[in-house]
Design a protein. Structure first.
Length: 219
């Protein structure tokens, strides 16, 4: 692995680059999965998140989206900034800060021929860099959001026949969300259609609070 170094105009060490990576999560076969890609310049057993280096003309989130599309074929998705990882030792190639983003999508949008793979978050293979840590942070962010956002029901199909507790994997939901809206007649699809418009945002003050309530615990 080639070491990357850089110095600034004053001669001090500076970051050798900036990378952006999306942590793309999806419920699949009863478990929470993360989207991984194989690293081209290393062995076929080397896996990582689908990110890469920023160009000078991009914002970090644009890089994350571009790399996601280039490496997996997944089109535009809603990305929320997760965290910045700037410790000099976090990337073995050198001082290369990483800005991570969180995305939550329907697993069906991934084309089989893309070469990317859905992997259970509780059964990760060895990952390059510190991507395992970044995945863990993304899962924890998702768990936290289930307390106050529309994020779970936003993934339900329009004609869903089950409420989120039945559709979502237990690994993602320590405390589950249930559709209980009188305005939707308790229909998960109706709640999902409303929540999908704001996948990571807080529930609508007037309507969505009635649509969702935290159930603790729900068996």
């Amino acid at each position: 692995m080639t070491a990357l170094t850089a110095t600034n105009s004053a001669g001090f060490r500076s970051p050798a680059g900036l990378t952006a990576v999306p942590v793309v999560l999806a419920p699949l076969t009863g478990r929470l999965h993360v989207l991984l890609v194989q690293r081209g310049e290393t062995s076929s057993t080397s896996w990582q998140l689908p990110g890469g280096f920023m160009s000078a003309s991009e914002r970090p989130e644009e890089t994350a989206q571009r790399k996601l599309t280039e490496k997996t074929g997944v089109g535009a998705v809603y990305l929320e900034q997760l965290q910045t990882y700037a410790e000099p030792e976090h990337d073995p190639r050198g001082w290369i800060p990483t800005i991570a983003y969180l995305a939550l999508i329907d697993a069906a949008v991934l084309r089989d021929e893309s070469g990317a793979r859905w992997v259970p978050v509780d059964d990760l293979p060895p990952l390059d860099f510190d991507h395992a840590r970044i995945v863990r942070d993304g899962v924890e962010r998702l768990r936290g959001k289930l307390w106050w956002s529309n994020i779970a029901v936003g993934l339900l199909p329009e004609q869903a026949s089950c409420a989120p507790p039945a559709c979502w994997p237990a690994t993602a939901l320590d405390d589950r969300l249930r559709c209980t809206s009188s305005s939707s007649g308790g229909r998960p699809g109706a709640c999902a259609a409303r929540a999908r418009r704001r996948p990571f945002g807080p529930a609508d003050e007037s309507a969505a609070r009635a649509d969702l309530r935290v159930v603790r615990p729900l068996l």
